[in-house]
Design a binder for this molecule. Structure first.
Ligand code: UN1
Length: 506
């Protein structure tokens, strides 16, 4: 079945792929997390092939920046169409390689189609501004120019969409994309980059979409330190992002960091639990808790805490019977990405118990082939203290706390190092406004939702977070600006030279 899929996607006889999974020097083996078995082996880059890609990217950029933006938009439009055609197969490949259920695998490809549409519209905008000059018959203009070859470092959990958020915008902005994907999902990268590059080449623009695959120590470090790459957009752990940030700062480059989250939902006393409970279950259990936006902490008003916990446990009981092969109909929870993640899950559950937490449901690895664990709810009992909840464990563990006042709930939710996504469930205007307060005293996260969960952001808004999440913004709104450079111009049409600030220099 996997071989047929790889054939349909042109990966079976790809020069960089061995479908017998035979590894060896310079090859990485990619596994199916549902079985732990090899899917294929993929050829890695070495320093010589890296050099060729980078030199090629610099040359391509010099040509590509002169292609008018609306024409660049047409390339992205055609790429989006191609992803539409292959949505089912690509969704299945994502499911096979990283263990997402089929619906979520296809959802990820839908994000590519959505950002392509957004980028096409943007290709006829990229708006600059005009400001009044203090001098007569002068004009101040601001325009946005292509930036250069950009580096995109992506994580296993969104092995396709996050590249596309960057690549679609970078392309309409006139940049060339150099993608370093996670070695846990190289087939998805080969397939997606291959589609984009094929379409672009068929429209007369080869080399706009480039891939460099390899170990962080060989390829990652080189890309991040490379002065030919003015922007590094990196998604992954806070540890990885801090390293990227330091190296890029050292060469005074530009970074877009989208790092870890430790996302919370607040359930106010008046919340509509028919909305809140399923949103929490999806946020905590979806993608087996491996989204940056997964719900990891829950703050419930003390008066309704027992009721909410009961309802959540009921919801989780239904989910427990639906853990299994991500590609089987009816599965809701697939495996974790690898055995190390299962160990991380076990460590966190053990730690939570030691710290006085009560496991309400779950708490065990699932004994079967593959990297499966039970979705787990831990309730903090000893005075709301549960230090393990400050850490982002990439697994379906939800920690539950209680609060008395909305101010206390906001303080608790803000009291961690990460600041990606947050949500409140309430029908009370004053409560939701406290959460979104215009003076910044509400949620300190990049995303703050009302009556909608922490995960599953649409591409139209800017995506990213504060504090150790890194401060970067991707996809919608004005995130495109990071892929361009700004130029301010004074144009004098007075026929006389007049200095600013009234200076006379005669
Ligand atoms: C991520 O986990 O890095 O908002 C991205 C969401 C998805 C993207 C998550 N649209 O959950």
């Amino acid at each position: 079945m996997a071989t047929d899929l790889l054939k349909r996607l042109g990966l079976a006889d790809h020069p960089r792929v061995r479908i017998d999974g035979a590894g060896g020097d310079g090859w990485a083996v990619t596994e199916n997390p549902a079985t732990g078995k090899a899917l294929a082996a993929v050829k890695l880059d070495d320093t010589a092939s890296y050099e060729r890609e980078l030199a090629g990217a610099v040359e391509t950029f010099k040509r590509f920046r002169s292609v008018p933006a609306p024409v660049r938009g047409q390339i992205v439009r055609a790429i989006g169409e191609e992803f539409r055609t292959h949505k089912k197969d690509l969704g299945e490949l994502v499911a096979l390689e990283v263990g997402k259920i089929r619906a979520e695998g296809e959802g990820e490809i839908q994000e590519i189609i959505d950002i392509a549409e957004f980028a096409v519209g943007l290709s006829r905008q990229l708006p600059g501004q005009i400001f009044p000059s203090e001098r007569a018959k002068h004009r101040i203009l601001e325009q946005w120019l292509p930036l250069g070859p950009i580096g995109v470092i992506s994580a296993f959990n969104f092995p396709a969409a996050v590249w596309a958020w960057n690549a679609a915008l970078a392309t309409v902005c006139g940049d060339v994309t150099i993608w370093k994907p996670s070695l846990l999902a190289p087939l998805t990268a080969l397939a997606c980059n291959g589609i984009a590059e094929r379409v672009s080449t068929s429209m007369g623009h080869p080399g706009v979409f480039r891939l460099v695959m390899g170990l962080d120590s060989v390829i990652g470090e080189r890309l991040v330190a490379d002065r030919r790459v003015p922007l590094i957009s990196a998604t992954g752990s806070c540890r990885m992002g801090k390293r990227v940030g330091q190296v890029v700062a050292d060469r005074v480059g530009r970074c877009l960091l989208e790092l870890g989250g430790n996302n919370a939902v607040i359930v106010a006393e008046d919340a509509d639990l028919k909305l809140a409970v399923p949103a929490i279950v999806f946020g905590a259990v979806g993608t087996a808790g491996q989204r940056c936006t997964s719900t990891r902490r829950l703050f419930v008003h003390e008066k309704i805490a027992d009721d909410v916990c009961r309802r959540l446990v009921d919801g989780y009981k239904q989910v427990m019977g639906k853990i299994g092969d991500p590609l089987s109909a009816g599965t809701l929870v697939g495996p974790l990405i690898n055995a190390a993640s299962v160990e991380g899950y076990k460590r966190a559950v053990d730690e939570a118990k030691k710290q006085g937490g009560t496991v309400l449901i779950g708490g065990e690895a699932v004994v079967r082939e593959g990297n499966y664990v039970q979705p787990t709810i831990v309730r903090a009992t000893a005075g709301n203290k549960l230090p393990i909840a400050r850490e982002e464990t990439f697994a379906p563990i939800l920690y539950v706390f209680t609060f008395k006042t909305i101010e206390e709930a906001i303080e608790l939710q803000n009291g961690v190092e990460q600041g990606l996504s947050s949500a409140i469930f309430t029908n009370n205007l004053l409560t939701s406004e406290a959460f979104l307060a215009a003076d910044g005293s509400g949620s300190d996260c990049g995303i703050a939702n009302v009556n909608a969960g922490t995960s599953g952001a649409e591409i139209g808004g800017a995506f990213g977070g504060e504090k150790e999440t890194g401060g970067g913004r991707e996809s919608g709104s004005d995130s495109w600006k990071v892929y361009m450079r700004r130029q301010t111009s004074v144009v004098n049409y007075s026929g006389k030279l007049e200095l600013a600030q009234g200076i006379k220099f005669e």
